[in-house]
Every structure is written in C-alpha cells, then in structure tokens.
Design a protein around this ligand. Structure first.
Ligand SMILES: NC(=O)c1ccc[n+]([C@@H]2O[C@H](COP(=O)([O-])OP(=O)(O)OC[C@H]3O[C@@H](n4cnc5c(N)ncnc54)[C@H](OP(=O)(O)O)[C@@H]3O)[C@@H](O)[C@H]2O)c1
Length: 322
C-alpha cells in the first residue's frame, strides 16, 4: 500500500489569500479547493470548463459544515477555461487579469487518451491539455502571482499537478534530432504512443523545473507533484477494458480524493525551499531519472525555450515569463 500522505500542518492558515485551482469541479481538484477553503483562503476561484459543473461544485463547497464554521463568508467564484482551446485560455486570462493579484495557483486539470485526437487548434489533446495549455496558463498567471507576493509580503505559489507516470516513458529522446522542434515532434501522429499521458507529465515536470530556476522563490514558489493513485473518474476516456480494470484497481488500492488532494495542498504551501522540487506521497522525490541526466537537462532547457516560443506564437497576449 502507498504510504499515507501527511496531514496539512496546523500552522497553515491562508486567511486573506486568494487561490485558483483548475479542474476543481470534481476529483482531486474539488477536494483541493475544499482544503483551501478549510484553511480559510478566500476568494477561491474554480477554473473549470463547464460553468454548470462549476456551480454545482461551488454549492457543495459552500455547504461544507467546516467551511461554513471556519471560513464564514468565504467567496467561491467560477471562471470558465477550456484547456483544449488556446483561445479559451486567452479569453479567461483577459477577464481574470481583473483580479489584479493571486496568492496560490494549482494547475490540476488533466486528461488521458490512448488515441491520437487532435483539438480544434490542431494539437494532440493530451499534449495540449496537460502540457502546452498549462504552460500558457502559467505565463498568464505569473504576473498576478508576483503581484500577490508584493501585496502580501510573502511568496506566492504555482503548483503543477504532474504524475509518477513520468518515470515510465518509452520515447527515445535521441530520436528527436537536434534540428527538430520538440513540440512538433510530439504532435506528429507518427510519434504518438500509449505512453502519451506519461510523456505529457514528464514534459510538465521538466518545464516546471526550468520555470522555477528562472523565477525567484522570494516571489513565486514553483513546483510539481503527484497525488498518487486516487479514486476519481480519471479513466473516463480509457478503452472499455482498461477503464473497468482500473475501476477495480482504484477500488482496491487508490487513495481517496481527499488524501490525494493533500499532496496538492502541501506542495502549494511549502516554504521557498520547495521551489523547483517534485513531490510524491507528500514528500520531495526525484523526478524522472532522464531529467537528472546531462542529456535530460539539455532537453529540459530546449523544451523551455521552444515552449515559450510556441505559446507566444499561439497567444501573442501571453506575457513573457522572464
Ligand atoms: N487520479 C489519479 O490516480 C491521478 C494520479 C496522478 C495524477 N493525477 C492527476 O491529477 C489531476 C486531476 O485528476 P483527477 O484524478 O481528479 O481526474 P478527474 O476526476 O477526471 O478530474 C479532471 C479535471 O480536469 C478537468 N479537465 C479535463 N479536461 C479539461 C479541459 N480541456 N479544460 C479544462 N478542464 C479540463 C475535468 O473537467 P470536467 O469535469 O469538465 O471533465 C476535471 O475537473 C490530473 O492532472 C491527473 O493527471 C491523477
């Protein structure tokens, strides 16, 4: 059995702090939003792709007896954003910029597909939702997080929900030729594999590590984490047999969403020492071994450069993070 994710230290008090969690209408993200509310954060922004599902989640959160007693008057707001659309992210950002500052952002929304399905933007869905869109969203949120740090006098947090599946990728890094663009390589249908979800999380952790090295941890603490195997509806898009196999596995071995969400809350409330770290089971853990090699470090740097270049092209309104 997986070790228990530690409790949130009693000293964590988010009074006066604003928080945004993507994919917070259900699963781990929903429980993460509930934890932030129980820690007295307000407002908590539920960044979701369906406002109907967001409103239903908001109602449940505000009816929570602990939230009602410990965070009376807590504000929960719904923001619509579809990570399968760069235009939706740009529209979300234009509107959300009105909040002027933010203290914590947890980029949790994610998907898994075992088939190559292009979005209307022409990118493979898992690559776009789990990787490119999180990178784009993060660049839009960074100025708000920096402003939140100035206003509160303490660093803000940007936490990316990754996965230990990053340890299991089969792509041959050497098969990406030096002159090839990494994003185009992964977007090429010929290079799509059943490990696409795992690859998307490896890219996300690599990007996070590089991001953290560019932004001072006195401004924004940037890290990524894995919540472990959690009993959610994450297998919705999996092939029939796998979906039912995973349902059995999750019912026997998985953590509750509440416990999984603690991994997110812990990563999003570390001190500056947590910047650039990867967490699993609520503890600092090495990321995919490849990212620690010299080849992996060079790959990570190139990935960062090419990702920034691409998101600037896809959304010229995105502010350069450095
Ligand atoms: N469950 C696990 O065992 C596990 C393990 C490791 C890592 N994770 C990671 O944990 C995160 C949350 O997963 P979960 O288990 O809570 O899964 P989930 O219950 O399926 O929740 C996923 C969330 O992401 C949202 N989402 C999906 N596509 C989106 C899009 N295009 N735009 C905006 N939001 C979108 C979903 O919105 P809708 O409700 O509208 O679909 C939902 O709110 C994911 O990043 C996942 O990779 C999960």
């Amino acid at each position: 059995m997986a070790p228990r994710i530690p409790s949130i230290p009693k000293t964590v008090d988010l009074t006066g702090q604003s928080v945004l969690v993507t994919g917070s209408n259900t699963g781990i993200g929903f429980e993460n939003a509930r934890q932030f509310l129980r820690l007295k954060a307000s407002p908590v922004y539920l960044a979701v792709r369906s406002s109907t599902r967001g409103e239903a989640a908001k109602k449940l959160l505000l009816e929570d007896t602990i939230v009602k007693s410990e965070n009376p008057g807590a504000v929960v707001e719904i923001c619509e954003v579809d990570l399968a659309s760069f235009d939706s992210i740009a529209k979300f950002a234009a509107k959300f910029n009105g909040v002027k500052q933010l203290n914590i952002a947890v980029l949790n929304a994610g998907v898994s597909f075992f088939k190559y399905i292009p979005t209307s933007d022409g990118y493979e869905t898992v690559l776009q939702v789990n990787y490119l869109s999180n990178a784009l969203l993060a660049t839009h949120l960074l100025p708000l997080l920096k402003a939140g740090a100035v206003a509160s006098g303490k660093p803000s947090h940007l936490a990316f929900v990754s996965s230990n599946m990053q340890h299991m990728t089969s792509f041959k890094k050497t098969s990406i030729k030096p002159e090839e663009n990494i994003i185009d390589w992964f977007n090429n249908k010929a290079n799509f594999g059943l490990d696409r979800y795992n690859v998307s999380k490896l890219l996300l952790t690599g990007f996070t590590n590089e991001f953290a090295s560019k932004v001072g941890s006195d401004q924004v603490i940037i890290n990524s984490m894995c919540p472990g195997l959690v009993a959610t509806n994450f297998d919705t898009n999996s092939p029939f047999i796998l979906k039912y196999f995973m349902k059995g596995v999750r019912s026997l071995m998985a953590r509750t969403p509440e416990e999984g969400a603690r991994a997110l809350t812990l990563a999003a409330t570390t001190g500056p020492e947590g910047s650039g770290k990867y967490y699993s089971d609520g503890k600092e853990t090495p990321p995919a071994a490849f990212l620690l090699t010299e080849e992996g470090k060079a790959f990570q740097k190139k990935l960062w450069d090419q990702t920034l270049e691409r998101i600037q092209t896809l959304d010229p309104s995105s502010p350069p993070p450095v």
